[in-house]
Design a protein around this ligand. Structure first.
Ligand SMILES: NC(=O)c1ccc[n+]([C@@H]2O[C@H](COP(=O)([O-])OP(=O)(O)OC[C@H]3O[C@@H](n4cnc5c(N)ncnc54)[C@H](O)[C@@H]3O)[C@@H](O)[C@H]2O)c1
Ligand SMILES: [Zn+2]
Length: 381
């Protein structure tokens, strides 16, 4: 076998004063994790949290690089899936970290997708009132979104992500080769968040994605093109810039919710199940946000159509009728949106668009208008 292709790493800084850190992106980077941790925290012990799918595919490589740097490591492997972001598993993670005698000055390593990142990050924020941690994201969604920005959480019986903390990682190491083992549907869902950065604030990046998305999906295994790394780096830069402006989401950070108000309602309607992955819901939500914005006269129907066409071309759902199984009616979807924290009384807060790359926060969207739009879209089924 030939050695896996490597690309020179790209570093994206996240500027947050004394909580600043780097996101390092590249193919084959995992082998450098040991030396990077050693440089960051000499002689620290490490506690790895991961799930069984990642254990199967990538844990050996992580253990190997840590061993080569003589870093003492222990680990906890939890079941995959959203159900793992629970009090029960959170308790297990915290107790395991304490039992492994991890102290302040040691490090937690979150090796996994957004589920592991959110869970392990929250445990790190809580154990001993805060232990530092490193994110090693293994899904596209985690590499461009959840591992960056310091939001950590588990789910409550009342809703997703309701119990958590802001806790920034010390380092994010995104090895793009880890994504080669990701199920294609998961990769595609994560791509919705990549497209989101173009759609919300970077028209040139969106054009680049229209031309290069196939290379991003292929990952440069054969050509070594670096398209996947480029897409991830641009996405991380966009998120880092927004987070640096508004770490705790009092304003601008809400732009990252483009497609998420409609999306969350669809996700909730599908019971947060495999019927509709988060990124798929976001794709459908962004398509609705573009169409709704066009309806309000904010941009031309042709431009909205262009945004939607790209999402559909990569195989993401863009219409209610693309979602398998039944959906509730417009009133029920409105009720699901009203449970969302972004909704206040009769006015909804929406991320709307004046064009591709020109999203803005609109706090006074008329609920009646949204309801009418939704019931029309649902009738197309
Ligand atoms: N903190 C944030 O800012 C933020 C942002 C967005 C999403 N999230 C959270 O992220 C979660 C979703 O994350 P996700 O989409 O990464 O899902 P996930 O963590 O559930 O991973 C998806 C699936 O892929 C498997 N997997 C992961 N990496 C793999 C690999 N390299 N090879 C093979 N299989 C692999 C996992 O075991 C799982 O079955 C949600 O809980 C969401 O709330 C958080
Ligand atoms: Zn999202």
């Amino acid at each position: 076998m030939t050695a896996p292709l490597r690309t020179d790493p790209t570093t994206v800084p996240v500027a947050l004063g004394e909580r600043s850190y780097d996101i390092v992106i590249g193919r084959g980077l995992i082998a450098s994790l040991g030396p990077r941790i050693e440089a960051l925290r000499p002689r620290a012990r490490v506690f790895i949290v991961t799930d069984t799918n990642i254990e199967l595919n990538h844990l050996d490589a992580v253990e190997e690089t840590l061993a080569e740097s003589a870093i003492a490591a222990s680990q906890l492997i939890v079941p995959p899936g959203e159900g793992t972001k629970s009090f029960r598993v959170f308790e297990r993670v915290c107790e395991a970290i304490i039992a492994a005698r991890i102290e302040r000055g040691d490090l937690v390593v979150a090796l996994g997708g957004g589920v592991i990142g959110d869970l392990a990050g929250f445990a790190a924020s809580a154990v001993r009132r805060g232990i530092d941690y490193v994110q090693v994201p293994t899904t596209l969604l985690a590499q461009v979104d959840s591992s960056v920005g310091g939001k950590t959480a588990i789910n409550s019986a009342h809703g997703k992500n309701l119990i958590g903390a802001f806790h920034q990682p010390m380092l994010v190491v995104a090895d793009t080769a880890l994504l080669d083992t990701l199920p294609p549907r998961e990769f595609r869902a994560g791509y919705a968040e990549v497209a989101k950065y173009g759609l919300l604030g970077d028209a040139a990046f969106f054009s680049w994605l229209e031309a290069n998305w196939r290379e991003v999906f292929a990952g440069g295994k054969a050509s070594g093109s670096g398209a996947r790394e480029h897409a991830i780096a641009v996405s991380c830069r966009a998120k880092a810039a927004i987070v640096a402006r508004d770490e705790r989401e009092t304003g601008d950070r809400a732009l990252l919710n483009l497609g998420h108000t409609f999306g969350h309602a669809l996700e909730a309607a599908c019971g947060f199940s495999d019927r509709l992955l988060h990124g798929e819901a976001v794709a459908a939500g962004m398509a609705l946000a573009f169409e709704f914005s066009a309806r309000l006269g904010l941009l031309s129907p042709a431009e909205a159509e262009r945004a939607i066409r790209h999402l559909a071309e990569v195989g993401l759902p863009t219409r209610p009728k693309d979602i398998a199984g039944g959906l509730p009616d417009a009133d029920a979807l409105m009720a699901l949106m009203a449970q969302d924290k972004k909704v206040k009384r009769g006015a909804l807060t929406f991320i709307l668009v004046r064009g591709i790359g020109a999203a803005f926060v609109e706090r006074g969207v008329d609920a009646v208008q949204v309801r009418g739009f939704l019931s029309e879209k649902l009738a197309e089924r």
